[in-house]
Ligand binder design. Structure first.
Ligand code: ATP
Ligand code: MG
Length: 572
């Protein structure tokens, strides 16, 4: 591509709205153009990257035996009514009506649509298993669209859906696709981790689900992992145990102590001269399920935090939220001094498993300016409910191996999930089994964020000058810049350009009327793997080109005869 005829504009200034490198660099390098919040046009150079990512994903999916199809971007509301998701998808789903007043939406995901296609096509176990996928536009009206392509409202996803007669078959295909995902991310040269994720209330209890997380400081997710045992889980899901259990087991009486004005765990423990781990933190939540609502009192070791996802899953409700002041009043719970005793109205009480029923703790006294010391769960409750509700943290130990875990940030680029019969059952899908009886097939679903992968690639590899593309997805492979004045030299440069493209390289030919400094800045910003410079004087004097490796910055002088080989070597 000749840049003199290219549709390309770079920018010196970092746009104020862009907070993370990938967003800043994609805008500055003229790869994307913002249309509205979270909605971007892919410009020619940016679109080449998107297409290359799609192609890698396509190749690996095909290799795993999946079949590509293309579903509609708009799906009818009826299908979502059938699955029961029309009303629970919330504000992320963009709904609208057509002129005949029929409900429609822009697909945020396609389980319903694929299940509908499946039930109208497949009749017998002989036609299974099958995995179908598409690479298509999704729309989710995200609460906080941000970071450019990382969390867009309109974005491209590869979504796949598999169908099976039994769990063993689902497990096998799940493992195959797990490997296909690893192949994709290996080819991209990503540093990533496949982590156990939270299955929420989807699928059944033995449903497997993994997220593929690219390791990056700017990632929105937290990963808990153990280098020694290989354990890796999303923090929403991670189950670990406390490293520090310096609890107080010395027999003592329950005693009220004045803690005037001290309502935080830190203040109370400082005041009493006790470690925070010898206190209990009390939190009150309202759980909401449809029209129903109830409160729950959650008790955790003082220096632990609540994992809200675990609480929500344990309760099996749609939604949880901290209880309002008026709710607290209703139960006689005194803000800042809440504890498990002297509650006016019956309330569900859950203790985190890290609390030892035999240890003694400081708790709120349910009375302004007072706490209780010497509180022991075993003495107060005949049958207390203990549940794992705490958030895993750095330094915790793995449940099995007692090895320390670490915390890293990650970008979720893929998510695979065993759905079981959630959709096939809700939508009345049956297939004839080999015993002649009808059976409800099982499903798996497998998402991969194409456009998020593009952003993640930049997050993982860039420097202060610009992007450093992984070779497989760089918009072009070679940035060929000439610094030419004479017409004769321009003709020679055109020949070299032809030689390079004939050799099969994807080349950007910077033949613009501009100085070397300007061209090099653009080249570094765009970040193609190899830069070849043909300067008029150098070339005339020695017949040499300068070849630069974008990643390492290494520069070499190469003559025309060795040029193609040298580039091949750098791209290998
Ligand atoms: P997140 O927790 O980041 O919102 P999700 O759990 O909603 O992701 P899935 O529904 O599993 O995501 O979608 C599959 C994949 O699609 C994700 O792994 C991610 O790569 C991509 N994806 C999801 N939401 C977005 C978005 N708003 N912008 C870009 N890519 C997205
Ligand atoms: Mg989401």
């Amino acid at each position: 591509m000749r840049l003199s005829q290219g549709f390309w504009q770079t920018y010196k200034e970092t746009p104020a709205e862009a907070e993370i490198p990938s967003h800043q660099l994609m805008l500055r390098a003229g790869l994307i153009h913002k249309s509205a919040a979270g909605i971007y046009n892919y410009l020619p150079l940016g679109y080449r990257v998107v297409r290359k990512v799609e192609q890698i994903v396509r190749e690996e999916m095909d290799k795993a035996g999946c079949l590509e199809l293309l579903m509609t971007v708009v799906t009818p509301g009826d299908l979502w009514q059938e699955s029961g998701r029309w009303d629970v998808m919330g504000g992320e789903m963009l709904k609208f009506k057509d002129k005949a007043d029929r409900d429609l939406c822009i697909s945020p995901t396609n389980e319903e649509a694929i299940t509908d296609i499946f039930r109208k096509t497949i009749k017998s176990y002989k036609q299974l298993p099958v995995t179908l996928y598409q690479i298509n536009t999704k729309f989710r009206d995200e609460i906080r669209p941000r970071f450019g392509l990382m969390r867009g409202r309109e974005f491209t996803m590869k979504d796949a859906y598999s169908f099976h007669m039994d769990k063993a078959c689902l497990d096998k295909v799940y493992d195959d696709l797990f490997k296909a995902y690893c192949n994709v991310f290996d080819r991209l040269g990503f540093e990533y981790s496949a982590v156990e994720a939270d299955a929420g209330n989807m699928g059944s209890s033995d449903s497997k689900t993994h997220e593929f997380q690219v390791i990056a400081n700017t990632g929105e997710d937290e990963i808990i992992y153990c280098p020694e045992t290989g354990y890796a889980a999303n923090s929403e899901k991670a189950q670990t145990k406390r490293a520090n259990v310096d609890f107080d087991f010395n027999d003592q009486e329950l005693k009220e102590v004045e803690t005037k004005g001290k309502s935080t765990i830190a203040d109370v423990c400082d005041f009493l001269g006790k470690p925070q781990s010898q206190s209990i933190k009390s939190l009150v939540y309202t759980a909401i399920q449809g029209e129903e609502e109830f409160e729950v009192l959650v008790l955790l070791v003082g220096d632990d935090e609540l994992n809200e996802v675990k609480l929500k899953n344990h309760l099996g409700v749609d939604h949880i939220t901290p209880a309002t002041d008026s709710k607290l009043l209703e139960y006689g719970l005194v803000k800042g001094y809440i504890g498990p005793l002297d509650i006016k109205k019956e309330i569900m009480i859950l203790f985190d498993e890290a609390i030892d029923p035999k240890a003694y703790y400081t708790v709120g006294a349910q009375k302004e300016d007072y706490h209780l010391t010497g509180y022991q769960v075993a003495k107060e409750f005949e049958e207390a409910t203990f549940v794992d509700l705490r958030l895993a943290k750095e330094g915790d130990l793995t449940i099995e191996g007692s090895k320390p875990v670490l915390v890293k940030r990650g970008i979720e680029v893929g998510h695979i999930f065993q759905l079981g019969d959630k959709y096939t059952k809700a939508m009345g899908v049956t297939v004839l089994g080999n015993d002649g009886k009808t059976q409800t097939p099982l499903m798996g679903c497998y998402g991969l964020g194409i456009t998020r992968v593009v952003a993640a690639a930049i997050e993982q590899c860039h420097d202060d000058k610009g992007i450093i593309w992984p070779k497989e997805i760089a918009p072009y492979q070679v940035y060929f810049a000439t610094i030419a004045k004479s017409e004769e030299f321009k003709a020679q440069a055109d020949d070299v350009y032809k030689k390079l493209t004939d050799a099969g390289f994807e080349v950007i030919y910077d033949d613009r009327k501009a100085g070397a400094g300007f061209k090099f800045k653009d080249a570094d910003l765009l970040g193609l793997p190899v830069r070849v410079v043909m300067g008029e004087r150098d070339f005339k004097e020695s017949g040499e080109f300068e070849v630069v490796d974008r990643k390492t910055g290494d520069k070499q002088k190469v003559k025309i005869d060795g040029l193609v080989e040298k580039i091949k070597e750098l791209l290998a």
